[in-house]
Design a protein around this ligand. Structure first.
Ligand SMILES: C[S@@+](CC[C@H](N)C(=O)[O-])C[C@H]1O[C@@H](n2cnc3c(N)ncnc32)[C@H](O)[C@@H]1O
Length: 192
């Protein structure tokens, strides 16, 4: 299926959509449980949009690289990091992650993916983690079709247990699927 994701997301961000600066509760709780006790390190925010997670981590001492296809989103992310006094700790890259899928080798202590699904990127997410690094992934499942909002095309919707199987080479610390009010799956996993 051909979708011009760059134009679509540039348009959404220009219209002020998806502008929330509140971090997802999964990041906040995963951070508290699995990351807060270790020194801040390097993180990759995959398809990070306007940077709500990148600057939240940067404020806690992390160096964050945010990649996203939308230059409007990335510009907002830079402005948001600046406003949060965290600009020096956030690097950005406009990148089509459907095409450029090399995320480096063992570079990051933490990789985040929130509300983005490109299945062919899964192996690169694992490779990009340092040993001991943590992956936090949350996005919509097919159950979302029963609710308003979110994507409807199967390409963008996880199947039951899909994240669990895709990241089985990692140690799964947390996995949950919810069909209450929203169809989402969330995974926290650690590289050996
Ligand atoms: C629903 S938003 C989520 C943004 C962010 N992860 C968050 O939770 O706030 C989806 C993001 O994916 C980005 N995106 C869509 N297709 C992409 C692609 N092929 N490569 C990189 N980013 C992409 C969009 O620009 C948008 O910022």
């Amino acid at each position: 299926m051909e979708i011009d994701e760059k134009s679509l997301w540039n348009q959404k961000y220009r219209e002020g959509s998806h502008a929330s600066l509140e971090p997802d509760q999964l990041l906040v709780s995963a951070y508290q449980e699995f990351l807060a006790a270790q020194p801040a390190g390097s993180a990759l925010d995959v398809a990070g949009g306007v940077g709500r997670h990148a600057f939240w981590l940067a404020k806690r001492g992390w160096h964050v690289t945010l990649m996203d296809i939308s230059e409007v989103g990335v510009q907002r992310a830079e402005e948001n990091a600046q406003a949060a006094g965290a600009a020096a700790a956030v690097s950005t890259e406009v990148r089509d992650l459907n095409v450029m899928q090399d995320l480096g080798q063992e570079q990051y202590d933490l990789v985040l993916v929130f509300f983005f699904l490109q299945r062919s990127l899964f192996p690169s997410l694992i490779t990009a983690l340092k040993p001991g690094g943590v992956l936090i992934y949350k996005t919509y499942t097919t159950e979302q079709k029963s609710f308003s909002g979110g994507p409807s095309h199967p390409m963008f919707l996880l199947q039951t247990n899909e994240l669990l199987h895709a990241f089985s080479p990692l140690r799964i610390l947390h996995y949950h699927e919810s069909g209450q009010g929203k169809g989402v799956a969330e995974l926290i996993a650690k590289k050996a």
